[in-house]
Design a protein around this ligand. Structure first.
Ligand code: NCD
Length: 313
């Protein structure tokens, strides 16, 4: 198995063994991500960040990962500041970036953009979110967070709460948990924001146990992990549709009263009102640890894709 030179467009691009190997190497990266130890496997490598949608954690943790590995970044942090604003196509932008860098991390509002970019680029593309599509590196850090908390993924019962329709983090994570690791999934969402039927069928076909539990309290009671998501306002065609579901769920210490003592509450962040700040002080809160783990996980990923690759000739 080698990820060298490969794209990561969808979580489906990785086998279970590849995911486990990335999690193992991410764990070893932690002291390097914390700056306590130093390594430079990406010295003389350049990674381009093409972010055409807002981002805090994903872009900065990828950049931090590149720096911690001794590489350099070139960054488009805002679509409005790039020539895409002048009407340049995504493929032209990517083709050019592939001449400036050894790999490209791409975030784009259109589903399928990363796939399109991979066709335009002769350098590896890492999908950092394509519309309501996929967010595979987020899934790796989500799995790393669960693995760190429980020492395994086997036998967990994971509740996915919130915008399961448009949430790309959920789309990648549900596949990995269900299809790769056989984890039981409980789906809790407003009826308008259910998991896409196609994905649900794929999960069920793989033998994943998937149940709906519209009542948050009931879902929380038996959960090992509660994965909360933000309603993806920017994906709604109609503001009225968004207003119908906005603020329809909130996790607070009251709801957590009946939770298992070891329940882990996760959130890819940013949060709006879905997780009350009071939860931060409980032992359940794992979302800031989760955000930190983005650095060692992305170090492991970039190292696997880029390290040892022949320097540009
Ligand atoms: C998520 C995203 O961009 O899909 N954020 C992230 O990458 N941590 C989740 C979100 O925006 O709600």
């Amino acid at each position: 198995m080698s990820l060298r030179g490969r794209d990561l467009i969808s979580i489906r691009d990785l086998s279970k063994e590849e995911v486990l190997s990335l999690l193992a190497s991410a764990q070893k990266m932690i002291p390097f991500a914390e700056g306590k130890r130093v390594m430079h496997p990406l010295a003389n490598r350049i990674v381009a960040m093409g972010f055409f949608e807002p981002s805090t954690r994903t872009r900065l943790s990828f950049e931090s990962a590149v720096h911690r590995l001794g590489g350099s970044c070139i960054t488009i942090a805002d679509a409005a500041a790039s020539s895409m604003r002048k009407g340049e196509s995504l493929s032209d932008t990517i083709r050019m970036l592939s001449g400036y860098a050894d790999a490209i991390v791409l975030r784009h509002p259109n589903e399928g953009a990363a796939q399109l970019a991979a066709r335009a680029s002769d350098k590896p593309i890492v999908n950092a979110g394509d519309g309501a599509g996929q967010h595979p590196s987020q899934t790796l850090l989500d799995l790393a967070t669960m693995h760190e908390a429980f020492g395994t993924l086997a036998g967990l019962r994971v509740v996915l709460l919130g915008d399961l329709r448009y949430g790309r983090t959920v789309h990648s994570l549900a596949y990995a948990l269900g299809v790769l690791f056989g984890v039981e999934l409980v789906l809790t969402s407003p009826p308008e924001l259910r998991l896409p039927a196609e994905l649900r069928q794929e999960l069920e076909k793989s033998g994943t146990k998937v149940t709906d539990e519209p009542e948050i309290r009931k879902a929380v009671r038996d959960a090992d992990v509660l994965y909360v998501t933000r309603i993806q306002k920017e994906r709604f065609g109609d503001e009225g549709e968004y207003r119908k579901v906005a603020g329809s769920y909130r996790i607070d210490s009251h709801i957590l009263e009946e939770a298992k003592p070891r329940l882990v509450v996760m959130h890819p962040l940013p949060r709006l009102g879905e997780v009350a700040p009071e939860v931060d002080r409980t032992p359940h809160a794992a979302y800031f640890r989760q955000a930190f783990l983005g650095v060692p996980v992305r170090m492991a990923l970039l190292d696997a894709i880029l390290a040892g690759a022949p320097a540009a000739e």
